[in-house]
Every structure is written in C-alpha cells, then in structure tokens.
Design a protein around this ligand. Structure first.
Ligand code: COI
Length: 354
C-alpha cells in the first residue's frame, strides 16, 4: 500500500467505462478516465495533478515535436486472484525511465511522482483493469520537452504524463518475422538502450517494408556487419537451441527488457542453461536447418511472450516448430501469469500492490 502523494485530483463527471467492450479489447485504442500530469520548469517538478484524460495544448514550436526529446515506458497492472490491483515490476520501469531521461538530456522524474502518482492513478481507475486472460491495464508513462524554442538545445521545460489503456494481446497470434539486414535500429554509442520515441519512429519505415512483404515485424541485426541478432520491433528475442536458452546481451544497442529479465531469471531458477551472448543469424539458421532450434519467441511488456512461427533470412523462409508444442516458452508464459495473479509465490518482489 502506498501513501497518497499530495496531488490535486479532478475526477471525470461521468466515466466512459460503460461504453467499453471488455470482451473485445484492441491494443492501445481505449483510454481510461484519468491521467497523471506533472510539469518541470526552473529546475523542479510542479503542478502534479490527476485529471480527466483529454487532449492537451501546446504551441507549434514545442521542442519535442522538432528535436525528439521524448521518452516513454510501458508496464501493466492486473487484478490478482483476490481482486486486488497489482503492477508488475514498476520499480524496474522507473529505473529504466530515468536511464532514458539521462541519455536524452532530460530531467529525471522523482520516484515519488512516478511510483506514487502512478499508483494513485491506478487506484482511481482500478475498475478499468480487465480481469481476463491475456488482458491487462497497460500503463504508459512518458515525458517530452515543452520549450517554445526552435534552437537546438536541451529544453528547460518538460511535461510528464501517465495514462492507461485496458488492452488485449499485442499480437493475437504467432508472428512471422524476417532478419533485417539493410536498415538499422541503433548503433554503438547511439540511443538503442533508451526507450526514446525516436527509436520507434526510426523503426517504422523498415517495419512497414517488411509488413508489405507479409511479415509482422523484423528482427534487427547489428548496424555494422548485419550478422548478429539484436531485438525485434517491440520485443527482445530468445531462442532455445540444443536445449539452452540463448539471447543477445542487453548492451547499448538493445533495450534492456524487463520481461526479458524476468524470463531469464525464471529460466535460471528452473535449471535451464542461459546464454546471454552474441547470437549470429547464421547460428540460428544452421540450428533451424539441423533441427536443433526448438523455440523462438519475443518477450516484452506489450507482447508478453509472442511465439515466432516463421523466420525469413534473405529469400529463405523457415517454418519453426509448432508454437503449441514449445515447452519452455509456454511454461514460462503461464508461470508469469501465475505470479501476476498470485497463484504462485512472488519470490522476487516483482508484484507491487496498489
Ligand atoms: C512495451 O512493451 O511496453 C513497449 O513499449 C512496446 C510498445 C512500443 C508497444
């Protein structure tokens, strides 16, 4: 239980919740009643309030739109078996948010605003948390620069907002991906490890080209040789090869996924050999051809565990083993769900009760 942060709360006059079909939730299109807003200027955070979710106003010269100082996070709230609202690993998102802020030359957000403000928001919109398998209340904290100035320099003013969306699965079925060997998502020394809006903006053109070819997403490869796997569009990637769980290391070009960390932690506890090391496209292709690759999947907050059904390398399509029969990824998916619902013990302190 958190203490209530001293913030002004303006509630909606009438909730929109009765207009929402909780049996048919798309990802990211339905927004709950309220949002948390805080502003930064003169070196401090101020005007912290919760208000109805609604359009916000800014001038055409607002810095974020021109130079991209904009970062975000994604996390999820669930209802546990007792019907209590819980958030999965919010401290990890808080930490990563401020790592992104530093890289993008933005102020850090104090823990009190991020954690307590968010918890108070979830408490208020607690009835928006879906209570169905594969559904959650997706929480989107983000921050952007708000100086009215078009010279290129870090802004002096920022807005931090948290809003929430009841969501269903990001991918409703197994995905088809291709190794991307022309375009790059990030490069050493760049911003790949930050959850910066710019990373996603830059990924859209290659992802669109891949979608035009019938793929759901790309798997990025390193920017210099294009021989080593990095991550997929909205998730980190993992493979089971020769019975070992193999994934690229979370370095400066790869987002340090929180679901990634949770899955690796559980795998190690289950006694699986885990290898966080460079993974070559050629290694994966050879393992598929020799029948030694038994699982390939993406991991992310929005994507949870998304099975990869097909990988294409150049002009060669590889149909992977049937997702329904994959041992580790299906078992870890269920285990994570059970931790969230409270039916298995939360031995890592990952569950934050609102
Ligand atoms: C998340 O998994 O929370 C993400 O940030 C992916 C998002 C871009 C949909």
């Amino acid at each position: 239980m958190i203490e209530t942060l001293n913030i002004e709360v303006q509630k909606v006059e009438k909730s929109k919740i009765s207009s929402v079909d909780f049996n048919d939730l798309p990802f990211g299109k339905v927004f709950s009643d309220h949002m948390l807003v805080a502003e930064y200027s003169d070196g401090e955070w101020k005007n912290i309030n919760i208000k109805p979710y609604a359009p916000i106003e800014f001038t055409p010269a607002v810095a974020a739109l021109h130079y991209g100082q904009s970062i975000f996070e994604g996390l999820k709230a669930f209802k546990n078996e007792q019907g209590e609202a819980v958030i999965f690993r919010p401290e990890a998102n808080f930490e990563r948010f401020n790592i992104s802020a530093e890289r993008m030359c933005m102020p850090t957000v104090p823990e009190e605003i991020f954690m307590k403000g968010m918890a108070q928001l979830i408490e208020l919109d607690n009835n928006w948390i879906p209570n169905k398998p594969d559904c959650a209340l997706y929480i989107r904290p983000f921050m952007f620069s708000t100086d009215e100035y078009i010279g290129v320099r870090p802004s002096a003013k920022y807005t931090f907002i948290v809003f929430t969306c009841p969501v269903g699965a990001y991918y409703s079925k197994s995905v088809k991906v291709k190794f991307e060997t022309t375009y790059s998502r990030s490069c050493p020394g760049g911003i790949g490890y930050a959850k910066a809006a710019a990373n996603y903006g830059a990924s859209m053109y290659p992802a669109m080209l891949a979608q035009q070819q019938g793929f759901d997403q790309v798997i990025w490869t390193d920017s210099s040789s294009h021989e080593f796997i990095e991550e997929s569009g909205v998730m980190n990637v993992m493979f089971v090869i020769d019975g070992k769980l193999v994934t690229p290391p979370a370095k400066d070009t790869i987002l340090k996924g929180i679901t990634r960390d949770s899955v690796l932690t559980i795998a190690r506890e289950w006694g699986l050999t885990v290898e966080e090391r460079p993974v070559a496209v050629s290694e994966v292709v050879q393992a598929i051809e020799e029948g030694r690759l038994t699982e390939a999947f993406g991991v992310g907050t929005a994507a949870t565990i998304s099975q990869i059904a097909q990988i294409t390398n150049g002009d060669k399509d590889y149909i992977l083993p049937d997702p329904a029969g994959r041992d580790f990824s299906n078992k870890v998916h269920k285990h994570l769900d059970a931790i969230k619902s409270g039916t298995v013990a939360d031995t890592h302190g990952w569950i934050y009760k609102v």
